[in-house]
Design a protein around this ligand. Structure first.
Ligand code: TXA
Ligand code: MG
Length: 342
């Protein structure tokens, strides 16, 4: 990528340009009332994969889908009555709701990292709202920082941290709230606070009653609450070839004869974009298992290998597994919303 375009005057022209670029699959950093987000079209696998590449995230944490209004949010997730109450009272604003993902949600599987829940938020910042209104697609956006850095609250922070990894930065000055949104999960009987943030927990509890702590009850991690995608079939990594009955998921030119190929040209961003969808397809085929060819442990390859290792562990040993779920990752997991960088 070349140097980012920086829109210092966030007028209608800048917004229109950013929206058009977003729709073409490019990465846009934009201000929200909490922190700057690194946005991409949430329906575009390659664009969402590019977010992970730009941030150098070592694993596919699920991302928040940002939308313009409640109608758009309802196309992505199921709102039970308490969720609707919070949405009506506190949106637009620094609240993220983790809800059951609709089967027909127009979202890349990578946005929710294969989970069957999805995080949704309507930001209140006028520039974020104008951008979401102009692009008319859900925008996946983590905080616009590299893995391990703190969340950016000015455009200058984004430039320093991501520089030429982002195509365009809309400068909206300093973020008013300055800490990330509060994340509440409403997928089960008890609402849970997954991450404290811009809206105090007390305000939420006043509306819907007590919130469980993220670690109340059985241990949860991405994959516990609604489980990270793990295939039904046993999965084997670093496979040179398929054994009888197995599907082969290839990578690079060596995978020319594979059933599916994550990226013929060996492009890790393309491979990440294809990962969940291809596992899904093979899992539904007439195979006894899935063998995956080696993926280089560089760049996005680390996150791909992390996901594959978890899937391999989760499907190994025929149910000896862990005590929480039959399919959840057996490897140590980071609690959603609570990892150091997110
Ligand atoms: O204020 C914010 O929320 C900012 C602005 C840009 O909107 N965004 C932000 O995104 O902080 P990010 O990716 O840095 O943090 C989102 C957190 C992650 O820790 C992720 O694990 C959690 O949300 N999350 C997303 N989807 C989830 C899901 N389906 N289940 C559980 N946790 C989820
Ligand atoms: Mg973050």
């Amino acid at each position: 990528m070349s140097k980012p375009v920086i829109a210092r005057v966030p007028n209608a022209t800048a917004i229109a340009k950013a929206a058009a670029w977003l729709r073409r699959g490019r990465l846009i950093a934009f201000p929200t009332e909490t922190v700057y987000g690194l946005g991409a079209d949430a329906g575009n696998d390659a664009a969402v994969a590019a977010i992970f590449a730009a941030k150098e995230r070592p694993r596919f944490n699920p991302l928040i889908a940002h939308v313009e209004n409640l109608a758009a949010a309802e196309r992505l997730a199921e709102f039970e009555p308490r969720a609707r109450k919070l949405a009506e009272a506190l949106w637009p604003g620094p609240l993220t709701l983790v809800l059951p993902r609709r089967a027909d949600a127009p979202l890349s599987l990578l946005v929710s990292a294969g989970l069957d829940s999805v995080a949704v938020r309507i930001p209140s910042h006028p520039i974020a709202r104008a951008l979401l209104g102009a692009c008319r697609v859900p925008v996946a956006a983590p905080s616009a920082n590299r893995f391990g850095s703190v969340s950016p609250t000015t455009a200058a922070h984004v430039v320093d941290d991501l520089g030429d990894r982002v195509d365009l930065i809309i400068d909206g000055g300093r973020c008013r709230v300055g800490i990330e949104s509060t994340i509440v999960e409403l997928c089960g009987a008890t609402p849970r606070l997954l991450r404290p943030g811009g809206i105090p927990a007390e305000v939420i509890e006043e509306l819907i009653g007590p919130l469980a702590a993220p670690d109340d009850g059985p241990p949860r991690a991405p994959g516990m609450l609604s489980r990270h995608y793990a295939p039904r079939l046993p999965l084997r990594t670093d496979a040179a070839a398929a054994r009888a009955g197995e599907a082969l998921l290839g990578f690079g030119v060596a995978g020319a004869a594979a059933d599916l190929n994550l990226s013929r040209s060996g492009d890790l961003v393309e491979a990440a974009a294809n990962l969940f969808a291809m596992l899904h397809t093979l899992d539904r085929g007439e195979f006894t298992g899935i063998a995956v060819m080696p993926i280089p442990q560089t760049g996005l390859g680390r996150a791909i290998n992390d996901r594959l290792r978890r899937a391999a562990l989760a499907t190994a040993g025929g149910g000896g597994g862990n005590e929480w779920t039959d399919r959840g990752p057996a490897a140590p997991c980071v609690l959603p919303g609570m990892d150091d960088e997110a």
